[in-house]
Write a protein that binds this ligand. Structure first.
Ligand code: WTA
Length: 631
């Protein structure tokens, strides 16, 4: 299933479009099924209703663990690098990981979890997080991993939306020199979560935690009560594998649903191809498992291919900005998959952190999560890849399950700041506002996908209509990505950024409406409008225009109060970078906020604000521009 030449890429691509069922049917033969499918694909984008490998039975953990035991049982599956470099790293072979996953799967059963139950996971980047995820999949429970940066309220909303029965967490986590009391956050969340019956707590930083009798149990105690034999649950290809919440243009995050069969095939196929993974190589993805990148390209993709996946607990700048390079040297990393924001941040320290670091093991580099600017691309290429490692700029989304548009390392060409060409099976199209296809090259438009692929979302949890409205209703018969895109003269794709009200801050997706809701919850705030603006390191920063007529004391203090409220309501990742107090917002006569104008102001480009004559109060624009000068 691995593509080895450009010619083969072209042939496979052609076949995947002309005969998608045959193409994916053949790819799927590379996985282990308990029972084959009777139909590769049935679909329509109107309902939407998408089924891949109908009738097939499998368990994804048999593909990620059991099938490697006979020949590769002693091969490292996960290499864990702790936050503190003085601490020992830990290697789990496939045999060990299999044993731990089975044992913890039995712990889940012992605590009442069964097939179909939803389980919330809120954990640090430790091997037990991967074990918890795989243990859920082993017994057919649906995992919903929540990123460690979200607040108690965000967690409670997510737990309640999917009625989770069990929560798996840890006492706390380390992030650089900070400690985060995860269990305390969970305790606050669980006050409002009536469906949660059990909470399993891993000891990690050994900070004091409250343990409620009857509800809370220690991971370490529980594993002593069970053995390590756990037959994998037989799952239908279209049974739910996991839910992952993500932000959209409305205030409420959606639970994107992925199913077992198609997701497995897509994550495995794209991992093997995009990174050109070779047996024995060490692969390091720096994402957090709380996001889709961690799901698909730390856990499921690499493990399904028998790869060695590095799992790093810490941050790129702790204890020094050499940390990534130390890890590369120490574990002889062959593939480094990271985010533009990390690259830009490390770039800003100059070359000193790279001095005397042996990066010669690096063969392939990858980028994900946001557009990579040319400067960062070239730095990555020259300083880290030494001009010899292809950079795969991988475009995809939580909803797509896996990489969609990207170079294939060593096989297809790269081009700075371009995601380049669609992978086999992916049919991108550009459309104009009215949904008309924009043909030819050297054009720009909204990026849609016109044919299903195995890794695509099936629904949004508990609200299928929302899935339809968000992704399949903007343009008839097309999946709409929410991204703008350029197709250049050579037919290469370059993602230009979101065209909806979604921000991409340090590669994290945040809805402007969500941030506005959070700010508006602050006592005294009358209204707010949030837009993105270009930020040197984060890609986009969050700019909030806030109406707050009667504040107590200094404005600076009130800003901090607002940040505190946003941290409580969403989490620190959604804190605005800039807050500007204003007396009004530019609105149309029908009351709609003119974000276009605010975006221009936030960008510092006030030369051409377009037509402001339709505004209810055109004077407000001048006032806001004046105020920004004092910020
Ligand atoms: C953006 C992350 C440009 C895009 C895997 C998309 C990118 C959103 C790229 C999805 C890329 C992701 N170049 N933009 N290579 N990769 N994006 O769901 O706007 O967290 O819609 O998935 O990130 O973010 P998400």
């Amino acid at each position: 299933m691995q593509i080895t030449s450009f010619k083969q890429y072209e042939e496979d691509y052609k076949k995947s479009v002309e005969n998608p069922e045959q193409f994916w049917g053949e790819v799927a033969q590379n996985f282990q099924w308990r029972k084959p499918w009777f139909k590769v694909l049935s679909w329509n984008f109107n309902e939407p209703n998408i089924k891949w490998f109908e009738g097939a039975k499998l368990n994804i953990t048999e593909n990620c663990l059991d099938r490697h035991l006979a020949t590769n049982g002693d091969k490292p599956a996960i290499v864990w690098e702790p936050n503190n470099p003085e601490e020992e790293s830990v290697t789990y072979t496939y045999k060990m990981l299999h044993e731990r996953v089975c044992r913890f799967a039995n712990v889940l059963k012992r605590n009442g979890a069964k097939k179909g139950d939803r389980i919330c996971i809120y954990m640090p980047m430790v091997p037990e997080l991967a074990i918890a995820v795989l243990a859920c999949a082993r017994i057919g429970a649906v995992h919903s991993v929540i990123f460690g940066g979200f607040s108690a309220k965000s967690i409670a909303d997510r737990i309640n939306d999917s009625q989770c029965k069990v929560v798996i967490t840890a006492d706390g986590s380390y992030r650089g020199n900070k400690q985060i009391p995860l269990k305390e956050v969970i305790d606050d969340a669980l006050i409002g979560c009536p469906t949660v019956e059990k909470c399993i707590v891993l000891t990690h930083i050994r900070t004091p935690v409250s343990m409620l009798k009857g509800r809370d149990v220690w991971w370490e105690d529980e594993v002593k009560h069970v053995n390590d034999i756990c037959e994998a649950e037989e799952m239908d290809a279209e049974d739910m594998l996991f839910i992952l919440y993500t932000s959209g243009s409305t205030g409420k995050p959606k639970g994107v649903v992925h199913t077992c069969g198609g997701y497995m095939v897509y994550a495995g196929y794209t991992f093997s191809n995009v990174f050109n993974y070779q047996p024995g190589e060490v692969y390091f993805c720096t994402a957090d498992i709380g996001w889709i990148t961690g799901h698909s390209y730390i856990i499921y993709g690499p493990l399904s291919q028998g790869a060695t996946s590095v799992l790093f607990e810490g941050i790129p700048t702790y204890p020094t900005p050499s940390r990534f390079w130390d890890i590369v040297e120490k574990h002889k990393v062959n593939t480094l998959y990271t985010a533009p924001t990390a690259i830009r941040s490390l770039m800003s320290y100059g070359e000193e952190p790279l001095k005397d670091k042996d990066l010669s093991s690096i063969r392939v580099l990858g980028s994900v999560g946001e557009p990579i600017n040319e400067e960062a691309w070239h730095w990555f290429d020259e300083k880290i890849g030494r001009g010899k490692a292809p950079i795969v700029d991988t475009w995809w989304q939580t909803e797509t399950g896996g990489i969609m548009i990207s170079p294939i390392a060593t096989v297809t060409p790269t081009k700075p700041s371009f995601a380049t060409l669609p992978l086999p099976g992916i049919q991108p199209i550009l459309v104009d506002e009215n949904g008309n296809e924009i043909e030819g090259n050297g054009v720009m438009g909204n990026l849609c996908i016109k044919f299903p692929w195995p890794g695509m979302l099936r629904t949004t949890y508990g609200d299928h209509e929302r899935c339809k409205q968000t992704y399949f209703s903007t343009y008839e018969n097309l999946y709409f990505t929410g991204d703008g895109c350029l197709r250049d003269e050579d037919g290469y794709y370059r993602i230009t950024g979101r065209v909806d009200d979604v921000l991409n801050v340090s590669g994290h997706r945040i809805g402007t409406a969500e941030v506005e809701n959070a700010i508006n919850m602050h006592a005294g705030v009358v209204e707010s409008a949030v837009v993105g603006y270009p930020h040197d390191v984060k890609g986009q920063g969050i700019y909030a225009f806030v109406i707050y007529p009667e504040m107590h004391g200094e404005a600076e203090l009130s800003k901090k109060d607002i940040l505190q409220t946003v941290t409580r309501v969403i989490g620190a990742i959604a804190k605005p970078d800039k807050i500007l107090f204003v007396s009004g917002l530019p609105k149309t006569r029908s009351g709609k906020i003119m974000r276009r104008i605010l975006r221009k102001i936030a960008e510092g480009d006030t030369s051409n604000l377009g037509d402001t004559s339709t505004l209810l109060d055109p004077g407000i624009v001048e006032e806001i521009i004046e105020a920004t000068k004092k910020l």
